[in-house]
Design a protein around this ligand. Structure first.
Ligand SMILES: Cc1cc2nc3c(=O)[nH]c(=O)nc-3n(C[C@H](O)[C@H](O)[C@H](O)COP(=O)(O)OP(=O)(O)OC[C@H]3O[C@@H](n4cnc5c(N)ncnc54)[C@H](O)[C@@H]3O)c2cc1C
Length: 531
């Protein structure tokens, strides 16, 4: 059972491992360590666990914050599905979203992304018959990138000695793609800007338009969904709910309302953590899954950070985009309201993604560069049992942190009239986009509320409300410090920043971190477990 931390909460004298943050990266690390006999303590500052996989409930509705679809889990033998089965003892179940997972809408044209790579290709060739060769070449390239990915990420688990010996070779192929922007690669295979705009129609999944994003990230996400998308049955809270018993079985505990202030370091060795109420908790190992900025700017004591020039390392990376999400509650079941399972990506008709984003960042009254509409109630087959005659929709767009920065430091729900007015204007603009796509929903909204980058900052502790940790630029992929080992003994990193954003990326970060800590190839081990 997930428990709440209070000052007098009776912690053990010494844990094997303390993990800071209960996102999927931290939970995965914890589950692996627990299954190997370690007593693990997870400390989570939010009043609910799961990081971006948490849900919140209000007015008789429930919304998932950071999961709309996950790829590959519908294939029982895929690596991600095997990992999930292992860390949940097979108790997390998935619902397939069906034939179409994403619908890219550009002006009044629609393009379906269809499940199954051959179907995906055929469908695109129907839209762009003259670009058949480019489409085939694109898909081949995506597969080549993903093929070289395993060796790149495995190099993060190597000891410093082996990394010097073998690391360069293991990283080389992937870096050839990672060093190029998505646009550079796509432009080399087609001159058709409309096709490029469609192929990059999921850029919101990693936050950067094609001229800024690394092609490696683009390819990873595109490939991830080629076999369709799935949603956790029972909603994303089922992730922590099904991992918690595994941690508990190993004698470990997940504590919420438990904010860590600093990592305790003695003679360059992590020995525990200092809580924000002054209490010290000790462990043989400490892991941070709170993101690289939180970890190196806040959790490491400044003298240690200076000694290893950690702040200088951070200059090589930057926070990813921030967002606004309009959470909608509607009376009526998803069937009655004819809500689709697939996501909608709505883009302005004119211009390329990069220019449209640039225009919006310099003038927030410009058209939204992207509006992403997701229908979680329709995706979860258990929804109507849990919330009869109700539905939810999430409508998301980019919202730069600068636009809400002046209210930083004010209290959640009490940020004042001007902030509320800004939110209301934004909400109405997002509703307009929704009604343009699904006019029959007009008059059906029972509840709406908008989150901003301050909400993300408040609940998940990302300093600029960034939703994907650090940006997925070519430069990011060259940073060797983004790996589980740190210069501090017995102190490790996990989470999306050491692999990549996305539940799959963060899940693998947990596997890599636990592999390093245990000195075992856990990927191989999970493949040998009979399912
Ligand atoms: C709006 C949105 C939509 C998304 N949609 C998808 C999707 O459809 N599919 C997909 O695969 N991915 C999606 N993602 C991305 C995915 O959710 C994340 O990449 C992933 O969940 C990150 O996991 P993590 O373990 O790295 O960290 P997080 O989930 O960020 O967890 C870090 C945790 O650390 C805690 N913490 C921070 N500081 C402290 C401290 N001092 N003490 C204690 N605890 C602390 C935080 O509260 C947080 O719980 C989405 C993300 C967002 C925001």
């Amino acid at each position: 059972m997930i428990q709440s931390y209070k000052k007098n909460f009776k912690t053990e004298e010494q844990y094997d491992t303390i993990i800071i943050g209960s996102g999927i990266g931290g939970l995965t690390t914890a589950a692996f360590l627990s299954k190997e006999g370690q007593k693990v303590l997870i400390l989570e500052r939010h009043y609910t666990g799961g990081g971006f996989t948490h849900v919140f409930k209000r007015n008789g509705y429930e919304w998932d914050v950071g999961i709309h679809y996950i790829g590959e889990v519908q294939r029982p033998n895929s690596a991600i599905r095997r990992m999930f089965d292992y860390i949940t003892d097979g108790n997390l179940k998935w619902a397939d979203m069906g034939r179409v997972y994403d619908r890219i809408i550009i002006g009044d044209k629609e393009y379906e992304f269809v499940k199954g790579v051959e179907n995906f290709k055929q469908q695109l060739i129907e839209y762009f018959p003259k670009d058949k060769d480019a489409i085939n070449q694109y898909v081949d390239l995506v597969f080549s990138v993903v093929k070289s990915m395993g060796s790149y990420y495995s190099s993060k688990a190597l000891s410093p000695f082996l990394s010097k010996l073998l690391g360069g070779r293991m990283r080389r192929k992937y870096l050839e793609y990672a060093n190029k922007t998505t646009y550079e690669v796509l432009k080399s295979i087609t001159k058709n800007e409309d096709l490029i705009k469609v192929l990059t129609g999921q850029y919101g999944d990693y936050g950067l338009p094609p001229k800024q994003s690394s092609f490696a990230m683009h390819a990873t996400v595109a490939r991830h969904y080629f076999n369709g998308g799935s949603f956790p049955i029972g909603g994303s809270s089922q992730i922590i709910e099904t991992i918690d018993p595994v941690i508990e079985k190993g004698g470990g505990t997940i504590l919420i309302n438990a904010e860590v202030d600093q990592i305790l370091i003695k003679k360059n060795k992590a020995i525990g953590v200092l809580m924000n109420d002054g209490k010290k908790i000790f462990a043989n190992n400490v892991v941070s899954s709170t993101g690289i900025f939180n970890t190196y700017e806040k959790l490491i004591p400044p003298p240690v950070s200076q000694k290893y020039q950690l702040n200088q390392k951070l200059e090589k990376v930057r926070p990813s985009v921030a967002h606004a999400c309009l959470y909608l509650g509607l009376k009526g079941s998803p069937e009655k309201l004819k809500l689709p399972k697939n996501n909608l990506w709505v883009y302005p008709e004119k211009g390329d993604h990069d220019t449209i984003v640039e225009n919006y960042l310099s003038d927030p009254k410009a058209p939204f560069p992207v509006v992403y509409i997701s229908f979680p109630a329709a995706k979860d087959p258990s929804w109507s049992e849990r919330y009869p005659d109700r539905s939810t929709i999430d409508v998301i767009t980019l919202l730069p942190f600068n636009l809400v920065k002046e209210w930083q430091g004010t209290q959640w729900m009490k940020r004042g009239k001007e902030y509320e007015e800004l939110k209301e204007k934004m909400s109405q603009r997002l509703l307009e986009t929704l009604y343009h796509q699904l006019p029959h929903l007009k008059g059906k909204i029972d509840h709406y509320e908008l989150s901003t980058p301050l909400t993300t900052q408040n609940f998940v502790n990302y300093k600029k409300g960034e939703i994907y940790g650090i940006d997925h630029t070519p430069q990011r992929f060259r940073q060797k410090f983004l790996q589980p080992r740190t210069p501090i003994k017995n102190f490790y990193l996990t989470g999306q920043d050491i692999i990549s954003a996305g539940v799959g990326g963060a899940l693998f970060s947990g596997v890599v971190t636990a592999s390093v800590m245990l000195g075992k190839n856990l990927v191989k081990m999970v493949y040998n477990v009979k399912t």
